[in-house]
Design a binder for this molecule. Sequence first.
Ligand SMILES: *Cc1c(COP(=O)(O)O)cnc(C)c1O
Length: 387
Amino acid sequence: MKLASRVGQVTPSLTLAIDSKAKAMKAEGIDVCSFSAGEPDFDTPQHVKDAAKLALDQGKTRYGPAAGEPKLRDAIAKKLQNDNHLNYQRENIIVTNGGKHSLFNLMLALIEPGDEVIIPAPFWLSYPEMVKIAGGTPVIVNTTQASGYKITPDQLRQTITPQTKLFVLNSPSNPTGMVYSPDEIRALAEVVIESDILVVSDEIYEKILYDGAEHLSIGAVSEEAFKRTIISNGFAKAYSMTGWRVGYLAGPLELIKATITIQSHATSNVCTFAQYGAIAALENSQDFVQQMLDAFIGRRKFILERISTIPNLSCPKPDGAFYVFIDISKTGMTSIDFCKELLEKQNVAAVPGVAFGADQCIRLSYATDMTTIETGLDRLDKFVRSL
Ligand SMILES: *Cc1c(COP(=O)(O)O)cnc(C)c1O
């Protein structure tokens, strides 16, 4: 069979490969400490589940508008206004099957062969693949631990060409956990405006911030920045709703309309009763977010202190999300060899940095219980000392 050429250009997810090996080992009864999770380890809040159950009982089981339930689009517009100072109407918002799907819709609606999309590395592994599926060219800009894994305004300016259409910004970041300060966001916005390109801001971790770090949405910097901004967000990380598949994209009317047309021919509406859960998540108490954050704060403190005692490992202090991105270059190993051996010899699952465009690093997620974290780090320590 001759598959479409676009398939050959796309790399299968590496994170899933290590994850499935770890799961297979667990199924065999091996005691694996897994740091590979890309999702919070909490249950969805009860009031969200109750709202979805009620929606089911009320017969919200039929096709709905492709763009999403009007009530949810309104609730999202209100959230963006209150939390992020972004002035969107219902028409500027599409409800999608998760934040991943919102970005995919965006790439399909905006990017075509010849278009360049700037992606700072380390990056969330789906960004370049989505650009390639849309026929565009991902342009990767490497950042360093010394710069906190942040792209500088000069780096961005120097990378922009007449073909540049879009800049992908992800703060707080997966995989590094770094957060751009409001001043850094303003400086990047200036480059976006002077070059007249578009920026997509993936704000899925906006609620998971530490040590007083602040999240400023690039669209809130000025009217000129707002015109060039597209917001991607979702319910997966803030409300521990990864399996629900509800996310959204907000942006200029013409673009959102185009994504609705595409979505209407692909998936149609997001699961109707799941959308009612999402409405409840936005409209009711936000205490859950704080409770989750309180757990992450303790784990992050422990994990950072413990890593600092292990020779040949280093990581910058992450200000957001629930990951630590550890530099392993002093071990002389590639990230895949490191993660494979760590799993085989010490039963610890971590994600190789090469999946995120940084082969000198590995990613540990602390969206897991303290016992796993303590035992896993003891084993990591043992592993590194044995090299
Ligand atoms: C988890 C994640 C998303 C979206 O996930 P969904 O489950 O599709 O909502 C988007 N961007 C980043 C960086 C993520 O880590």
